[in-house]
Design a protein. Structure first.
Length: 318
């Protein structure tokens, strides 16, 4: 099971060692592009234990951060209070859990839960009440064993998107917040993964290898208007929309190393915003539009926060 959860990450790290160089388009080349993130070398290090961490996500009020921590053979979700710095397990399960994300109102979370069936994982999407910590299965194995993963919320909190192998291949689905009335969005021999719903509710971005290597694509919540957003020679993965819907952050190894990139989906302008020899992965936007991510720049893998606020040329800093 651990191999499945971390397989994409490990593959990206290996390929990053031999990825082709990428010629980046500058803002000067595209007058319509958003200004790049401010070049601020100061990062706030949020965690410091060095254990591998996966897909941090912020609460809507910015007071909590949830993430998966790999420690030995375990993968558990942890909740960090950003005011006190204290951490606690999100649940009391003994089975692997990961990919948690807060609901738009901050009262619930979705996460992937591996029931660890004999010989292989049986992964479901659960919804968790933040106060009571009571989980409710919403996307589960039905007739045959399947993997339900990578959940995200619609901006109004009424629907969810996730990936599933319930029909054989890993595809994108949307459903009600209770997992009812599922709609299959994609039908392709390729792997479609890691969806994220746009703030205006009109698009879902995801990663796919339908064009060869992993690229970022978008699709409408009704399964129409599929569009390819990146064309890099490397692996592009883990796309996430900025709170204002003007940018998409994602991980790419197109420059021979895993870095964070930010894309303007209107102009197509892309920018490497980490530029580090370290491994930078799993981007997550704060509610006020800053970027956090997982990096091994100080040995071990910890969560960092950029000081700069992403946006246009009027972007502010703390």
């Amino acid at each position: 099971m651990v191999r499945r959860v971390t397989g994409t990450v490990l593959l990206a790290i290996v390929v990053s060692l031999c990825g082709a160089l990428y010629s980046r388009v500058s803002v000067a080349d595209d007058p319509n592009a958003l200004e790049p993130l401010a070049r601020d070398t100061t990062l706030t290090r949020i965690t410091d234990d060095g254990y591998f961490k996966q897909r941090p996500a912020w609460s809507p009020d910015g007071k909590h951060l949830v993430f998966a921590r790999h420690r030995g053979a375990t993968i558990f979700l942890w909740l960090r209070n950003l005011e006190s710095g204290l951490e606690e397990r999100l649940t009391k399960t003994e089975h692997p859990e990961y990919d948690a994300v807060f609901s738009p109102n901050g009262k619930e979370l979705l996460f992937a839960y591996d029931k660890a069936s004999p010989n292989q994982g049986d992964i479901e999407v659960h919804r968790l009440d933040f106060e009571s910590r009571k989980p409710t299965p919403v996307a589960v194995t039905e007739a045959t064993l399947s993997h339900e993963e990578s959940p995200c919320w619609s901006p109004d909190g009424k629907r969810i998107a996730f990936t599933s192998t319930r029909h054989g291949n890993q595809e994108l689905y949307v459903a009600s917040r209770d997992g009812k009335e599922p709609l299959r969005l994609t039908s392709d021999p390729a792997i479609d993964s890691h969806p994220d719903w746009s703030p205006d509710g009109k698009h879902i971005v995801f990663s796919t290898n339908r064009w060869g290597d992993l690229e970022i694509a978008s699709i409408s919540p009704d399964g129409t208007s599929l569009a390819r957003l990146t064309t890099s020679p490397g692996l592009d993965d883990y796309p996430v929309w900025s709170p204002d819907g003007k940018r998409i952050a994602y991980t790419s190894n197109r420059d021979r190393n895993l870095e964070l990139y930010v894309l303007d989906p209107v102009t197509g302008h892309e920018e490497n915003v980490t530029r580090s020899s370290a491994i930078d992965n799993f981007p997550a936007w704060t509610p006020d539009g800053r970027l956090s991510f997982v990096s091994n720049r100080d040995a071990g893998f910890d969560i960092y926060l950029m000081k700069a606020v992403a946006g246009n040329k009027h972007a502010k800093t703390e």
